[in-house]
Design a protein around this ligand. Structure first.
Ligand SMILES: CC(C)(COP(=O)(O)OP(=O)(O)OC[C@H]1O[C@@H](n2cnc3c(N)ncnc32)[C@H](O)[C@@H]1OP(=O)(O)O)[C@@H](O)C(=O)NCCC(=O)NCCS
Length: 193
């Protein structure tokens, strides 16, 4: 599939290119990114170049759709629909994302993910999008809840990364769901665990 660019009020989502390698490498020095994602650590420029090449291959093969998130032309994050499976009218995928440390808490991920979800349901024919995280990732869980994901449970040792295994939280959003935030047993109203 040809890479697609998505635009929101403040953001442009475009597939990462070789000139983004330095910005990606810098962002991935933040320990919060390897802590909660499958990004390698330590992370060097070669990792970024390899990742950019893989993203191009994933788009071409319709395996995953990944975008660099840009604000005022600056790369501030990454988001993708991974593990795409099923046919074009009834597929499912898992959403994954990170935002650079200095851009967090400004609503950027909620805005970017909203556009990706809309595209996944309307244009990619998905019926279900999953969110999974290592248990305890409150910012990510709050982001998913704000987007309308419904909490579905705990997967024992269900999170695997280069750092090992951990319990995972899972939530899902169906095309037919409204996007109104629901109550999550792992989050109180203030958003803490
Ligand atoms: C998770 C992450 C992408 C959120 O991005 P963000 O742009 O800061 O998120 P937003 O500003 O859109 O906020 C989304 C929700 O998270 C909450 N949130 C953001 N940072 C938070 C924090 N440090 N502590 C608690 N809640 C937080 C916001 O209040 C908001 O919830 P609300 O709508 O209930 O008020 C970002 O923290 C990150 O990149 N973390 C490291 C990598 C990671 O964990 N990736 C996800 C792996 S599953």
């Amino acid at each position: 599939m040809t890479p697609v660019t998505l635009c929101t009020a403040r953001l442009e989502l475009r597939t990462p290119a070789d000139e983004d390698a330095e910005a990606i490498t810098l962002a991935c020095q933040d320990p919060e990114i390897p802590r909660w994602t499958v990004v390698p650590s330590p992370y060097g420029i070669e990792d970024a170049h390899q990742f950019i090449a893989l993203v191009a291959k994933w788009w071409a093969n319709d395996e995953e759709t990944t975008w660099a998130i840009r604000h005022d032309e600056k790369l501030i994050g990454m988001i993708g629909l991974h593990q795409i499976s099923g046919n074009v009218d009834g597929g499912q995928a898992e959403i994954g994302f990170w935002i650079t440390g200095d851009a967090r808490g400004a609503g950027f991920m909620t805005e970017a993910a909203g556009a990706v979800i809309d595209w996944g349901f309307a244009e990619r024919g998905l019926a279900r999008i999953e969110w999974r995280s290592a248990a305890g990732n409150i910012p990510s869980a709050r982001t998913a809840r704000s987007l309308g994901f419904r909490y579905e449970g705990l997967l024992r040792q269900g999170h695997a990364s280069p750092r090992g295994r951990a319990d995972a939280w899972i939530a899902g959003l169906l095309k037919s769901d409204d996007r109104f935030p629901t109550s999550w047993p792992t989050l109180n109203d203030e958003g803490d665990a």
